[in-house]
Design a protein around this ligand. Structure first.
Ligand code: GDP
Length: 526
C-alpha cells in the first residue's frame, strides 16, 4: 500500500523570474489535469484571498505573490502536488525553503527575455540540491529569441546541460507548432486551444512529404534541418542524468494559449521522480519506511485576522500520516495530535484522514511550530537542509508604542518563526535586529505587527551587511571572541551567536585576529 501510494505521487515546484508565466502555466496544468473547470481560477483565487486578508493588502497593492500555495490534483492515476513559489526576489527565502519540500521543478523561461536574474538564483539552489529540472520555454507566440541561441544561453548561464524533447516550428507570428522529438508527432498551434486531443499528427519520418503539405515546403525543410542539428548537437535524453540534476529536458509552448502544456504534463509524469528520501542529522530516511516522518517548511498566518492560528505546511517524508494520532514534535519534545489536518486540492482545502510521502498537509498551529521542525513517531532526529542564509539588509526594530511592548515581542517572535524575516537579539539591552533579503519584508512586518498584534514599530538602518554564524572548536577562543567583539555579536532564534559585519573585510579581519574561529554563511554548517 505504502509503495503504491509513493509510486503514484509527484511533488514539484514551479519556478521562474516574475512574469515569465508561472501562474498561467500552473493554472493550465490544473486545467488539463481536470482539477479546475475554468481558466482564471488560480488568479481569481489569489484575488479572493486578498480580499479576505488584510495583510495580503500588500500583495494586492504591489501585484506580487507573497505566499507559497500548494495545489494537488489527480491525473492519469497519479497524485500531483504543485508547490507554487513567490517569484519576487524579496521573498526568495520562502522560495528556497519551498524547494526543500519538492522532488523536482519545472522552470519557466520567457522566450523573449531568456535567462533572467531570479532564474539564475533559483537554479543555483536547485543545483545545490541536485533537484531535477524540466525547462518550459514559454510565450512562443511572441517574437522571441532564436531557439538554438536561447538553449545555449540556458546551458551557459544556468550551468546545466539541456536536451530538447520537442522542437518549435517558427516563432511569434510564424509559430506553427512543435514537433515531438521522441513520440514523432506534430502538434499544430492555434491560439486559445481548449483541448489538445485529436490535434496530434503522427509523422514517423520527417522525410515524409505529408510534412510539406501541412507546414509548407520552407517550414518543413527548416524543421528537418533543425531536428538533424538537434540530434547531432545534443546527447540523447537520459533519465538518470535528468534525475540526478545534470540534464534538463526542454519543452516549448505558450501557456496562455494552452499550447505545449499537455505534452509537458504527460512527459513530467513519465520521467519526474517519485517522492525521494531526505537526510536527517542522524540518518537518511527512505520514503517507504513504515513510520511517519515529516518536516515543516513553511508557516502561514491564518488568513482570518480574528484567529491567531497559523497553518504549518508539512511535507511528509516517510510512512503514513493519520489524523488524530499523536506524533512527536522533536524540537519541543512534545507529542502533538492534529484534529483537522488539511490537504490542498487545486483551489480548495479539505480535511484529510491520511496522507503519504510527497504530500503536503496543513497543520493548524497555535504557536508550536518553527520552520524546519521535524515530526516523527518518537525517533529523535531532525531533517536537515533547511538552513537560514545570511540576510542582506539589517535594521534595528524600535518599539513605537511602549504600551504594546508585550504584543511587539510576541508578534516579532512569531513572525520570525514563520520565516518572514530573521530576528537577532543583542544583549545587554535586548536590541532586536531584523535581517531580510528585501525591503518589502520590512513593510510586511510593520503591517502585520499592527494588524495582527496591535503593535507599532519603526526601523532604524544599520551598517551591517552580512551575518555570519560563528563557532570554534576551542571553547575558550569562542568565549574570548564573543567577549571582545560584543558590539558585533547577536544571537539568532536558536540562540546561536552570529557576527554582524559591515562587509567581507570585517570578517577577514576578524579571522586574521582569531584564526581558530570559524565563520559560516548559513546556519547549518555541520
Ligand atoms: P508569473 O509572474 O510568472 O506568474 O507570470 P504570469 O503567469 O502572471 O504571466 C505574466 C504575463 O504574461 C501575463 O500577462 C500573462 O497573460 C502573460 N503570458 C503568460 N503566458 C503567455 C504566453 O504563452 N504568451 C504570451 N504572449 N503571454 C503570456
Amino acid at each position: 500500500m505504502l509503495n503504491r501510494e509513493i509510486k503514484k505521487r509527484r511533488t514539484f515546484g514551479i519556478i521562474s523570474h516574475p512574469d515569465a508565466g508561472k501562474t498561467t502555466l500552473t493554472e493550465k496544468l490544473l486545467l488539463f489535469g481536470g482539477a479546475i473547470q475554468k481558466a482564471g481560477t488560480v488568479k481569481r483565487n489569489k484575488a479572493e484571498k486578498t480580499a479576505t486578508s488584510d495583510f495580503m493588502e500588500i500583495e494586492k497593492q504591489r501585484g506580487i505573490s507573497v505566499a507559497t500555495s500548494v495545489m494537488g490534483f489527480e491525473y492519469l492515476n497519479h497524485k500531483i502536488n504543485i508547490l507554487d513559489t513567490p517569484g519576487h526576489k524579496d521573498f526568495a527565502e520562502d522560495t528556497y525553503r519551498t524547494l526543500t519540500a519538492v522532488d523536482s521543478v519545472i522552470l519557466v523561461i520567457d522566450s523573449v527575455k531568456g535567462v533572467e536574474e531570479q532564474t539564475r538564483k533559483l537554479m543555483q539552489v536547485c543545483r545545490m540540491r541536485h533537484t531535477p529540472v524540466i525547462v518550459f520555454i514559454n510565450k512562443m507566440d511572441r517574437e522571441g529569441r532564436e531557439h538554438f541561441e536561447l538553449l545555449e544561453e540556458i546551458e551557459k548561464e544556468l550551468n546545466i546541460s539541456v536536451r530538447p524533447l520537442s522542437w518549435p516550428i517558427g516563432i511569434g507570428s510564424s509559430f506553427k507548432g512543435v514537433y515531438h522529438l521522441h513520440k514523432h508527432k506534430l502538434n499544430l498551434y492555434s491560439a486559445n486551444k481548449k483541448s489538445i486531443s485529436g490535434d496530434y499528427i503522427p509523422i514517423d519520418d520527417l522525410a515524409d512529404t505529408q510534412l510539406d503539405t501541412i507546414l509548407g515546403e520552407k517550414a518543413a525543410n527548416t524543421l528537418r534541418d533543425e531536428v538533424e542539428l538537434v540530434d547531432s548537437v545534443y546527447e540523447p535524453f537520459d533519465i538518470p542524468l535528468y534525475r540526478s540534476g545534470y540534464l534538463a529536458p526542454v519543452f516549448f509552448g505558450s501557456a496562455i494559449n494552452n499550447f505545449g502544456v499537455q505534452e509537458l504534463l504527460e512527459t513530467f509524469i513519465e520521467i519526474a521522480p517519485e517522492p525521494q528520501g531526505r537526510a536527517t542529522d542522524t540518518r537518511f530516511v527512505e520514503p517507504n519506511e513504515k513510520k511517519f516522518t515529516g518536516f515543516v517548511f513553511k508557516i502561514h498566518a491564518n488568513l482570518d485576522p480574528k484567529h491567531r492560528d497559523r497553518i504549518a505546511f508539512c511535507r511528509i517524508c516517510s510512512g503514513k500520516f493519520e489524523r488524530n494520532t499523536f506524533y512527536h514534535h522533536v524540537r519541543s519534545n512534545k507529542n502533538l495530535k492534529f484534529a483537522s489536518p488539511t490537504s490542498f486540492m487545486a483551489d480548495n482545502k479539505s480535511l484529510v484522514d491520511e496522507a503519504w510521502p510527497g504530500d503536503v498537509i496543513g497543520l493548524y498551529d497555535s504557536g508550536n511550530f518553527k520552520i524546519g521542525d521535524t515530526l516523527t513517531e518518537g525517533e529523535v532526529m531532525n531533517f536537515v537542509g533547511i538552513p537560514s542564509f545570511s540576510p542582506e539588509i539589517f535594521k534595528e526594530l524600535e518599539n513605537a508604542d511602549p504600551f504594546k511592548t508585550k504584543q511587539l515581542e510576541k508578534g516579532i517572535a512569531q513572525l520570525s518563526d514563520e520565516g518572514v524575516a530573521q530576528l537577532f537579539v543583542q544583549n545587554p539591552g535586548n536590541r532586536k535586529i531584523i535581517g531580510t533579503v528585501g525591503e518589502l519584508q520590512f513593510e510586511v512586518i510593520q503591517f502585520r505587527l499592527l494588524q495582527e498584534y496591535g503593535a507599532s514599530c519603526r526601523f532604524r538602518p544599520m551598517n551591517t551587511r552580512k551575518a555570519n554564524w560563528v563557532s570554534s572548536e576551542d571553547p575558550e577562543v569562542l568565549k574570548k571572541f564573543l567577549y571582545s567583539n560584543a558590539s558585533k555579536i547577536a544571537y539568532d532564534k536558536e540562540d546561536r551567536p552570529v557576527f554582524l559585519a559591515g562587509s567581507q573585510w570585517d570578517i577577514d579581519y576578524a579571522l586574521g585576529q582569531y584564526p581558530k574561529m570559524q565563520f559560516h554563511e548559513n546556519s547549518e554548517w555541520d
